[in-house]
Ligand binder design. Structure first.
Ligand code: CMP
Length: 376
């Protein structure tokens, strides 16, 4: 059975496709959260309380129906436990249990409905970047932990130093270590509320150093996360490209190290139907492998169609001349682009590929010469 995405709609929606389901779901979410916020504004609550409550109950009903449909669907496919134990299952249950529980326990409605804030987790299930963030945090756990420990060390030392230097001058702000630590947290996190400010000369010197340390710590944190995101993105791209490269028969015969090298060099290009990929007469600095789809090469007397596994754009790389023909996609296509510098570097290590490309190129040129001239 095909694997279902976490944010897939219940299959039992029938003719109401995923588009309608997502519109309904996110509308209910936005409406519910807006009503929950309005409930906390005394003037709005006084005037609109019944309407806001109706709105909240409608959204709640929608989420209950969604859970029921998913459970019903799980019962049919035998995946009820899998769904309930998944992140999406937990989020769906968390969306409907706390509010009635709180109301049942006698919590006033305007407080009980604050649990509707948990509905916002439904957004998390729909954002693939969050799972990526989770993976990055687990992969970069060691450097992140190191930065966190550096943060704690500076925090404690700064708190103690300011307590020592300022307690006499400002006992109400730095009289105890927890008070000084509060100042250290706001300064080190570069928030600086300004509610506690050192007055002594040495206190200010330490404060300056703590501010610089705060910038350094957050710079480190940003650097680790940004590098992690870039590495994870490259890794995902690599896996996607690997599948495409090994799907091209022309490249499949290469050995594993060569495929790895080529996969790193190739860039994926997704194009809609009737896109011009190369234009006759223009200079060419890359060649293309067709992973999916089809292109048409406008040559005389008959245009030539190239399908998955073929390549084009090699003439310009081999002879350094302009593009010999215009190439257009005939359907939505996925191409793999190899830049001229990468082509040269790769063929220097793997002359067999260069020979194969040259042979095909020579055959194409002969075909064009051998073809009878076009009819007027
Ligand atoms: P290039 O000249 O760089 O750009 C246009 C491309 O069309 C060309 O490289 C070839 O890859 C391709 N091409 C030209 N003629 C033919 C042909 N007869 N058959 C298939 N492909 C061709």
């Amino acid at each position: 059975m095909a694997q279902r995405n976490v944010d897939d709609p219940p299959a039992s929606l029938g003719p109401y496709g995923p588009g309608t389901y997502h519109i309904l779901k996110y509308s209910a979410l936005a409406l519910g959260l807006a009503a929950m916020m309005a409930m906390t504004v005394p003037t709005l609550r006084a005037d609109w309380s019944p309407w806001l409550a109706t709105c909240l109950w409608c959204c709640f009903g929608f989420f209950v129906a969604e859970l029921a449909l998913k459970l019903w669907q799980g019962a049919h496919t035998g995946h009820v436990m899998g769904y309930l134990l998944s992140g999406t299952g937990a989020i769906d249950i968390l969306a409907i249990v706390p509010v009635p529980l709180a109301l049942f326990a006698g919590v006033p409605p305007d407080t009980a409905w604050l649990f509707a804030a948990l509905w916002v987790f439904k957004l998390a299930a729909a954002v693939p970047g969050l799972s990526m963030l989770g993976r990055i945090v687990s992969l970069e756990a060691r450097p992140l932990a190191s930065v966190f420990i550096i943060f704690l060390i500076i925090l404690l030392l700064a708190g103690v130093a300011l307590h020592l230097l300022e307690r006499a001058a400002q006992p109400d702000r730095f009289g105890s270590l927890p008070m000084s630590l509060w100042w250290a947290v706001t300064t080190l996190s570069t928030t600086g509320y300004g509610d506690a400010v050192p007055e002594t000369f040495f206190g200010r010197m330490v404060a300056g150093a703590v501010m610089v340390c705060g910038l350094a710590v957050f710079g480190l944190l940003t650097g680790i996360l940004a590098t992690g995101f870039a590495a994870e993105h490259r890794r995902r791209e690599f896996i996607r490209n690997w599948d495409l490269v090994t799907g091209v028969p022309f490249l499949r015969n290469l050995d594993a190290p060569a495929i790895i090298e080529l996969t790193r060099m190739l860039r994926r290009l997704d194009l809609p139907e009737r896109s011009i990929v190369v234009r006759r007469g223009r200079p060419g600095d890359c060649m293309y492998f067709i992973a999916h789809g089809e292109v048409e090469v406008k040559v005389e007397p008959q245009p030539v169609r190239l399908g998955p596994g073929s390549f084009f754009g090699e003439f310009a790389l081999l002879d350094g001349g302009p593009r010999s023909a215009t190439v257009t996609t005939t359907m939505a296509s996925t191409l793999l682009v190899l830049d001229v510098t990468d082509f040269r570097a790769f063929t220097a290590h793997h002359p067999a590929l260069a020979q194969a490309v040259e042979m095909e190129s020579a055959k194409r040129k002969t075909d064009v010469k051998a073809a009878p001239p076009a009819q007027p």
